[in-house]
Design a protein around this ligand. Sequence first.
Ligand code: B12
Ligand code: SF4
Length: 439
Amino acid sequence: MKVTLVHWSRGDREFHPGVAALSAMLKKHGHDVKVIVDDDRMTPDDYAEHLNTFAPDLFGFTCMSFQWKPVQERAGWVKASSDVPIIVGGYHPTAVPDKCLEDPSIDMICLGEGDFAILELCAKMESGESLTEIENIWTKSVAGGETTIHRTNLRPLVQDLDELPLWDRDSFDMDRLLNDVGKLALVWGNEIMPVYAGRGCPYACTFCANSAWLMMYRGKGRFTRKRSVDNIIDELIYLKDRYRIKRFEFWDEMFALGTGWLIDFAEKYQEKVGLPWTGFVRAEICTLDILQRLKAANCQILAMGVEAGNEEFRRRHLKKRTTDKILIEAFDNCREVGIETVASNIIGLPYETPDLVRETIALNRRLDPHALYFFHFAPLPGTELYDICQKEGYLDADQEYWYESADNLIYQPTMNEDDLQEVWMEFRSLQREIEKKYE
Ligand code: B12
Ligand code: SF4
């Protein structure tokens, strides 16, 4: 089977772990895959040309919520010049499958993990079998003007991540990814390679899509999974030999899980890989003992979510029980062992007031990270905070799934656009101070 997978994005220095995972799985089973990173400059003619030259049997789009509108538009372009079946997978169709299937150009959606689902889909398409009973894949049929959606169950989560093939990096422009200087996820620079150690996070923060997946996958196997240390180390050694890499960036939702695994990883990484690396962690794991081990393994930067500065607000509205004390200790401990920190924050959360944002700014000042990020709250479908925004009438229908704009995305009585702009500037001024300090 010939399969096209598209990741729409505004940047061209783009890599997509989900697409890389699916492409690897399909290629391993003999399918011919082309990955398109659409940098928003592609036109309907470009799509038509691809359809003519490659002539795929299946056309897939990956889709986070902010990509929904461009994905819809491009699915329309594809359908205008071909009748190739179109499937959309990723966080957005997983959150709102029925809504995505309402689009006339979209034939199927994939809920949750797609690795084995897309493989089964391709096998069944090849053999001409019915596609309506593939777990994770919802299809639709239209008869007499009536649309029927064929919903299926979720298959269990992939329990042994070592059985998955390594991400297919070759289908992406690795020269560009490695050689352009810009920000990858955490740090600016070139020759940074994204990698992963596991999938899933055990927490359920109300603003994060992870919480929705955690619920959805109840009873379908262990949710937080790690690759074996040897499996990761082998890949890192291979990547180090194959590409010019200065640093690895772990893109796991939550890198550091399980002390035993971490200790083993740190020892083997130090011995066999050695390059500087960065990752996302929870403050809770940042004890001096763990951090010293990570530092010995050349951990350079750890990113932590602070999100909101008021402890009670954090606990009540974000379901994040990390106390100020834990956060302060984590950042202080990192400084003590010589690991740089990134603090990530959200502003404009439901029920937040300008003074609460000022508490976030104050806490960040105390934490004194090496880099400070703050984002406008984006209500992600499928999350608890999205439902709250909907219930409270905070969403503007036009902006429902469109998060890329820097405008205020929810309309709430506790903070209007001017307020948000004001605290944004205050945050920005702390960010500048920090940039200067750690230049
Ligand atoms: C690594 C990561 C990043 C990386 C890489 C992003 C990327 N291009 O994928 C970076 C740091 C760049 C990033 C940036 C952003 N991210 Co991010 N990121 C993550 C994180 C931590 C892990 C994702 C991952 O690697 N998963 C592992 C891979 C293998 O899984 P996957 O991509 O989901 O793919 C699987 C399935 O979804 C499915 N699938 C996916 N696509 C398709 C397509 C088809 C056809 C099929 C059949 C199946 C299928 O099969 C795949 C294999 O099982 C998640 C998760 C989290 N809970 O925090 C957030 C997450 C994906 N990010 C999110 C967001 C919002 C963003 C940003 C928009 C943030 C911002 N405001 O800038 C940007 C977008 C950047 C961009 N242009 O892509 C949200 C998306 C939620 C949503 N409903 O849209 C998440 C879920 C976090 C959250 N807040 O909830 N992110
Ligand atoms: S700890 Fe991070 S990945 Fe886990 S649920 Fe919270 S925000 Fe999402």
